[in-house]
Design a protein around this ligand. Structure first.
Ligand code: G3I
Length: 313
């Protein structure tokens, strides 16, 4: 395939998609993706085993502290087992940190946290999930993936600190972990907010360097650049989006720990950003390398230029 070395399912491999009823698994869409990838000679990322926003309805009524470990391990065995040996990397746990929830360690007050809590003495569902993932698919890179860690503001700084502390704790406890995933849902123009010299600067670079020191890889897992702060004029928006891609990628690619970059979608035709908060004027976002007609945008050129500085997936 010309434009990508790795693909990821935006929704089709999540818990709710693969286990819509307890113990009854559904793999049609994921199988389709794997056969497409195999035909095209490209890799597949797994997204994800544990995420508070991807749980099926039955979770709330059926999962208790008594059966949660069994439910989690069975899910990972079924889904991870089916694709074992064919997955580049699994987002084993997604978005487990939310320091605003006020729990020890900055853990998110999520459904998984309620039934298998991470406490001062236990890594709870996180340890169970990573150990099961390693057992089931020893060849896949195991990733902790999160968002809100990219910018220079104090909220992002607190998030980085809480995530790094969690990863350090996992390593100390011998929990298998190979990579940090930095989602990278960023905003056009935000690279200039702290002056170009600090564009996604010291905080982000420091986190990547820290991950490298810990022996981890870093994956840029869900890059897109929303243009909601930008005027309606298309050339102006495209220029701001492209400049932000360029500045961001130059920062992250400067560190060898970063071994993959994925955008969250390929074309503006299908981006989640149009159904999320979106633009006030209701115009569609121009956030990805290909526009709604699948034509390359200035962001595409900016990405190609940045990626040419490194041999990367
Ligand atoms: O397909 C159904 C459709 O049949 C139904 O009529 C419609 C009614 O709501 O829903 C459609 O499903 C939606 C699905 O996207 C496909 O469009 C879900 O409701 C909606 O919740 C889902 O949103 C996804 C979201 O994660 C929640 O799973 C977005 O597409 C996806 O881009 C987004 O991705 C997340 C990453 O997994 C984690 N990081 C943040 C990122 C953005 O939120």
């Amino acid at each position: 395939m010309q434009q990508a070395g790795i693909v990821v399912a935006e929704n089709e491999m999540k818990f709710v998609a693969t286990e819509p009823e307890r113990g009854r698994f559904r793999f049609e869409e994921a199988d389709f993706l794997f056969s497409f990838a195999q035909r095209s000679g490209i890799k597949v990322r797994g997204h994800n085993f544990v995420w508070h926003r991807a749980l099926p309805k039955w979770f709330e009524s059926e999962v208790t502290s008594a059966n949660a470990e069994q439910v989690l391990v069975q899910h990972i065995e079924a889904v991870g087992g089916r694709y074992a040996g064919r997955v580049h990397s699994w987002d084993v746990v997604n978005e487990a940190v939310e320091w605003k929830d006020g729990l020890p360690g900055g853990m998110r007050d999520s459904p998984w946290q309620k039934v298998l809590p991470v406490t001062e003495t236990s890594l709870g569902y996180i340890e169970i999930a990573f150990r099961a993932a390693r057992r089931v698919d020893p060849g896949a890179l195991l990733v902790y993936n999160d968002y809100g860690m990219e910018a220079e503001d104090s909220a992002s700084g607190k998030k980085r600190a809480a995530v790094l502390a969690l990863l350090q704790r996992m390593q100390t406890a011998g929990v298998p972990l190979d990579a940090l995933g930095i989602q990278s849902h960023i905003s056009a123009g935000s690279h200039t907010a702290f002056g170009p010299e600090h564009a996604y600067g010291p905080g982000l670079r420091g986190m990547i360097a820290e991950a490298r020191t810990m022996g981890l890889k870093v994956l840029i897992t869900e890059l897109d650049v929303n243009d909601r702060t930008q005027p309606a004029d298309i050339p102006a928006r495209d220029a701001a989006v492209a400049a932000t891609y360029s500045a961001y990628l130059k920062q992250v690619l400067a560190d060898d720990a970063v071994t993959a970059v994925l955008t969250w979608g390929i074309t503006d035709r299908y981006t989640w950003l149009n159904s999320a908060s979106g633009r006030k004027d209701k115009l569609h976002e121009r956030c990805l390398p290909f526009d709604e007609d699948l034509k390359p945008t200035p962001a595409f050129a900016a990405e190609v230029e940045a990626l040419q500085t490194r041999n990367i997936g």
